[in-house]
Ligand binder design. Structure first.
Ligand SMILES: Nc1ncnc2c1ncn2[C@@H]1O[C@H](COP(=O)(O)OP(=O)(O)OP(=O)(O)O)[C@@H](O)[C@H]1O
Length: 240
């Protein structure tokens, strides 16, 4: 009974265990997370924690995360369902790496770039029966402020010497507001929504916003004020 209830639950929790990185190895750090063989379970000291999936370390390879956790969500989009993928963890635990919003050295691995690929592959296969319209928005929440990472009028934060660098929104433009509509949908009133028709265009939005965010963090972020990035894809379908 419990197993059936877990199977039906629309929220799944997966752990992505990252390996030790350069500095940690140099400092002689040791892995503190052990994967229980054959189970979606990790052990930290005397405590065991069970999840829907565990990836990395001696668990399933991270490459299977997309197939097992994300592909069903992408398929669901084409049936009219909404889906959210949320990365949660302490600073440096690998959220940006896992989601693919880092864009280090043009690297495009991670969940969001793979979702974009899967979306356009599916659209390509259905385009003779269905017309698609896609929009993306990309925002960052820093403390109580919402920043529009795709706002074409906001200053590129690489211009850190500008007196306006790091401002949350441009003068005269109302701040973005997070609202809940009558049917319970959460909207970001005032955020830039870019219409995209190709994978290249969508990837450019992710890259533009990611770079804007990464540069911004130099100016605005520190350990006590981490920011949260939200990349939203809206898919509309009409029979052609
Ligand atoms: N699975 C992984 N394999 C290899 N390296 C990883 C992995 N996950 C994260 N890293 C590396 O660990 C470092 C920290 O990861 P990342 O920046 O994604 O953390 P974060 O949780 O987004 O941190 P913050 O909350 O401070 O933004 C980066 O150098 C990243 O490249």
């Amino acid at each position: 009974m419990e197993a059936a209830a877990a199977e039906d639950c629309c929220v799944k929790v997966a752990v992505h265990v990252r390996p030790l990185i350069g500095d940690e190895k140099l400092q002689g750090c040791k892995d503190c997370v052990t994967v229980t063989p054959g189970k979606p379970q990790v052990q930290i000291g005397a405590h065991s924690f069970t999840f829907d999936h565990v990836y990395g370390s001696t668990a399933s390879p991270p490459s299977s995360m997309f197939e097992e956790c994300i592909v069903p969500l992408v398929d669901g989009l084409f049936q009219g369902y909404n889906a959210t993928v949320l990365a949660y963890g302490q600073t440096g635990s690998g959220k940006t790496y896992t989601m693919g919003t880092g864009f280090k050295d043009g690297c495009q691995t991670g969940i969001i770039p793979q979702v974009m690929n899967a979306l356009f592959t599916k659209i390509e296969s259905l385009k003779h029966q269905i017309d698609f319209q896609l929009h993306v928005s990309f925002i960052e929440i820093l403390k109580e402020e919402v920043r529009d990472l795709l706002d074409p009028t906001s200053l590129n934060k690489s211009d850190a010497t500008s007196p306006n660098a790091g401002k949350v929104h441009v003068p005269g433009k109302p701040p973005i507001q997070i609202r809940e509509s009558a049917n319970g949908a959460i909207t970001l009133a005032g955020s830039t929504e870019i219409s995209v028709s190709t994978l290249k265009e969508m990837a450019a939005c992710l890259e533009q916003g990611s770079l804007s965010r990464a540069t911004g963090s130099t100016n605005m972020n520190n350990q006590s004020s981490r920011s949260h990035a939200i990349f939203t894809i809206t898919l509309e379908q009409m029979l052609s």
